[in-house]
Design a protein. Structure first.
Length: 270
C-alpha cells in the first residue's frame, strides 16, 4: 500500500494524522535550547512574547528552518500539493503546573482565508502527554462548520477565548500524544482543545499553518505568508521576508507590519 496515499486518506477521513516524525529527540532539544536562549537573551523586550505567538519565523531563523523541514513539508504536500506557504507558525507554550488551556474550537473560523485547504503541523519540542496538556481531536469534526462564541477567559491561550457554540462529547476525543521531535497534522476545521499542564516541565509546541499557494484571502484582507516549498505563481499574499538574524531591529519592523495586517483580520491584537 502507498503510505502517502494512506496519510492523505486518513487525513480526509479523520481530519488529522499522528504521530509523524519531524526530527530526532536530540534535534528537538537543540531547537528548544535556541528558543529558550532567545527568551533569556531578550527577556526584557516586551515584544518577544508577542513574536512567539505570531510570525516568529520573521524574527527567529530556527523557526523558519523548522517550517521548511522536508519531513514536515513532504507530508503536508501529500495533502495540499507541492507549492506551500506558511501563513503563521505560532508557539503554544504551557508552563509547568500552569492553569492555561485551549477551548474546543475550529481554526478556520477566524483566519480570513477564502478556502478550506489548510493543514497545521503541530511540532513537539518537548513531550506532549495527557498530563502536560496535549492536544485533543474529535475525529471527523472537520466536515462541519459551527458557530463560535468569545469567552475572553483569562487562562485560555486563544486570543479571545473562542470556543465552539455546540456541545462536544469528550468521550469521542482522541489524545494527541507526541514525543519530542514528533508532529501531528490537522485540518483547520477539526474540533481541537487541550487541558492544562500538570507536569514539572514546559509543554512546547510549534503550530505551523500551511496553505497552498493558490489559497486566496477574504475581501479586504492584506495578510503576508512565507513560501517554504515549491513556487508561488499566484501572489495572493504579500511575501514575508526571512529573518536576517535573531530578533534584529530590521526584522522587528517587518514583523510589526505583517502582524498588524493579520491582527486586523483576526479581530484581536496579539
Amino acid at each position: 500500500m502507498n503510505p502517502s496515499r494512506t496519510l492523505a486518506t486518513r487525513f480526509a477521513r479523520d481530519g488529522y494524522v499522528f504521530p509523524l516524525t519531524a526530527m530526532s529527540a536530540g534535534e528537538a532539544e537543540s531547537y528548544r535550547q535556541k528558543l529558550e536562549e532567545a527568551e533569556r537573551r531578550f527577556e526584557a523586550e516586551p515584544e518577544l512574547r508577542k513574536c512567539l505567538r505570531r510570525y516568529p519565523n520573521l524574527v527567529l531563523p530556527f523557526v523558519d528552518q523548522i517550517s521548511r523541514l522536508p519531513a514536515i513539508t513532504d507530508a503536508v504536500a501529500e495533502i495540499l500539493g507541492p507549492d506551500l506557504l506558511v501563513l503563521d507558525p505560532p508557539f503554544f507554550i504551557k508552563e509547568p503546573h500552569s492553569p492555561h488551556y485551549v477551548s474546543w474550537h475550529q481554526d478556520l473560523h477566524y483566519w480570513g482565508l477564502a478556502g478550506e485547504e489548510e493543514v497545521t503541523a503541530w511540532v513537539a519540542l518537548s513531550p506532549a502527554t495527557v498530563e502536560s496538556g496535549c492536544m485533543r481531536f474529535v475525529p471527523g469534526s472537520h466536515k462541519q462548520v459551527v458557530d463560535h462564541i468569545d469567552t475572553h477567559a483569562e487562562t485560555n491561550l486563544l486570543t479571545r477565548g473562542q470556543e465552539v457554540a455546540v456541545e462536544v462529547d469528550e468521550s469521542e476525543a482522541v489524545d494527541v500524544v507526541l514525543q519530542s521531535g514528533q508532529f501531528s497534522l490537522h485540518h483547520g476545521r477539526v474540533f481541537h482543545a487541550s487541558h492544562p499542564n500538570q507536569t514539572g516541565d514546559r509543554r512546547i509546541g510549534l503550530a505551523i499553518r500551511y496553505i497552498p499557494a493558490s489559497m486566496q484571502q477574504v475581501p479586504g484582507a492584506n495578510m503576508a505568508a512565507m513560501l517554504v516549498r515549491g513556487e508561488d505563481r499566484f501572489g495572493h499574499f504579500r511575501e514575508a521576508r526571512r529573518p536576517s538574524g535573531v530578533f534584529l531591529l530590521e526584522d522587528l519592523a517587518h514583523w510589526r507590519e505583517m502582524q498588524n495586517a493579520r491582527s486586523s483580520v483576526m479581530g484581536a491584537k496579539v
